[in-house]
Write a protein that binds this ligand. Structure first.
Ligand SMILES: [Zn+2]
Length: 351
C-alpha cells in the first residue's frame, strides 16, 4: 500500500468479485468486475436495483470492452445475479472503451436504452466509425509536433488507427441524455449526475445521498491518478485544469461517502483523495516550471522529469498526452509561453 492509500479506508476489505460474480456494497447496489487486456487489468461495473416505468429489474452502470470473455461473464451475471429480473437501462459514465465497449450488445440483448452525456455519446459514435482523427496519422503528427522523435514510437501511434473501434465495434444508434445536476430515480433512490471534465469529454458521476454512495467512474481512483491527456482532436486543450476544477466538486459530499471507482476497490476518504491529487499535480507542475525556467522545453523533454522511470512504447504515448497536459495548464495560466521552432516543435518557456 502506498502512503497515499494509507490515508484511505477500504470498508469492504480485500474481497473483490470474480468475473461473473458480484458483491453487495450498499442496499440495491452490486459490484461486478470484468477483465481488461491491459496493464490495468480490470474494470468495476455496478448493478442498481431499479423500478423503471413500473417494471422491476436492474440498471447497469458501465459495460467492459467488447470481447468474448466479457460477454461470457455478463451471461453468467444474468443467469445468477439478477434475481430472475431483467435489465431495464444502461448508464455509461464516459466514452472510453472499457466503459462503453459492450453498450451496443447489452442494449440489444435487453432491448433497453443507453443513458450517457451527449458529448460522450457523439464522441463514441465518431470514434467507433472513424479511421482518422483517433490515433493514426494525425495523432503521430501531433506527438511529433511536441517533440516525440523515436521512430518506433511514432510508427506505433501511426499504426493504431483502429484502436478504439477494435474495442468498441459499434455504439447504440440512440440514447437518453444525462446532464450535470439531473436527478435520476433508480429503485426509489435519487441519484444526482455530477459532470466532470479533463479525463473524458463529459464524464458523468452519480451520487446517491440517501445511500451515501458515489459512483465515481474514472474521476476519483484510489491507487492511480486519473489519466489526463491532450489529444490531437483538441490540440490546444487544458484538461488538467478542467480535471482539477472538476474534482473540487466532490469536496461538497459527506466525508462518509462510499466511493465506487472504476478501478481499484471501493473506498472512503474522498476529501483526502482529492487533496492528494491536487498535491500530486502541483508537484508535477512545479517540476515542469523549473525545467522550463532553465531552457525552453517540449513535451518529450519532460518525460524523464515527470515519470522518472523507463517507459515502454505504449506508456510513452500516454505519457506524452499527460506531459502536454501539464505544459498546457501552465501555458493557459500565463506562466509559460509557447513557440514553434524551425523544426515545427512546440517549446515552452517561462513567461
Ligand atoms: Zn476513462
Amino acid at each position: 500500500m502506498n502512503p497515499n492509500e494509507a490515508e484511505l479506508h477500504y470498508p469492504l476489505g480485500d474481497a473483490v468479485p470474480a468475473p461473473g460474480s458480484a458483491i453487495d456494497v450498499a442496499p440495491g447496489v452490486r459490484w461486478l468486475r470484468m477483465g481488461l487486456p491491459f496493464a490495468l487489468d480490470h474494470i468495476n461495473l455496478w448493478l442498481l436495483r431499479d423500478v423503471h416505468e413500473g417494471i422491476e429489474g436492474w440498471t447497469i452502470v458501465d459495460c467492459g470492452i467488447a470481447n468474448d470473455a466479457t460477454r461470457a461473464a455478463w451471461e453468467q451475471v444474468f443467469s445468477t445475479r439478477l434475481d430472475g429480473l431483467p435489465v431495464l437501462r444502461l448508464i455509461v459514465t464516459h466514452m472510453h472503451p472499457d466503459h462503453i465497449g459492450l453498450a451496443h450488445w447489452l442494449t440489444e440483448r435487453w432491448q433497453c436504452r443507453l443513458w450517457i452525456s451527449a458529448t460522450d455519446f457523439n464522441a463514441a459514435r465518431l470514434a467507433s466509425q472513424s479511421t482518422t482523427g483517433f490515433g493514426g496519422e494525425r495523432s503521430a503528427l501531433f506527438f511529433a509536433s511536441h517533440g516525440l522523435t523515436d521512430p518506433d514510437a511514432i510508427a506505433k501511434v501511426r499504426g493504431r488507427s483502429n484502436y478504439y473501434a477494435s474495442m468498441v465495434p459499434s455504439v447504440p444508434e440512440c440514447y437518453r441524455r444525462l446532464m450535470d445536476g439531473m436527478t435520476l430515480d433508480i429503485g426509489g433512490h435519487a441519484w444526482r449526475c455530477i459532470a466532470g471534465y479533463g479525463h473524458a469529454p463529459e464524464h458523468i458521476a452519480l451520487h446517491a445521498p440517501a445511500l451515501d454512495v458515489l459512483i465515481a467512474g474514472d474521476m476519483l481512483l484510489p491507487r492511480i491518478s486519473t489519466n489526463v491527456s491532450v489529444h490531437d482532436l483538441e490540440p490546444e486543450s487544458d484538461p488538467l485544469t478542467q480535471f482539477l476544477t472538476s474534482i473540487k466538486r466532490f469536496d461538497a459530499l459527506p466525508a462518509t461517502t462510499l466511493v465506487l471507482p472504476s478501478h481499484g476497490k471501493p473506498f472512503t476518504g474522498l476529501h483526502a483523495r482529492t487533496r492528494q491529487l491536487h498535491e500530486h499535480h502541483a508537484e508535477r507542475l512545479a517540476e515542469v516550471m523549473a525545467a522550463c525556467a532553465v531552457r525552453p522545453c517540449h513535451a518529450a523533454d519532460l518525460l524523464p522529469v515527470l515519470f522518472k522511470r523507463k517507459l515502454d512504447l505504449h506508456q510513452t504515448t500516454f505519457a506524452m498526452g499527460e506531459s502536454i497536459a501539464h505544459l498546457h495548464a501552465l501555458w493557459h495560466a500565463g506562466k509559460l509561453l509557447r513557440r514553434a521552432g524551425d523544426d515545427g516543435v512546440w517549446r515552452f518557456a517561462a513567461a
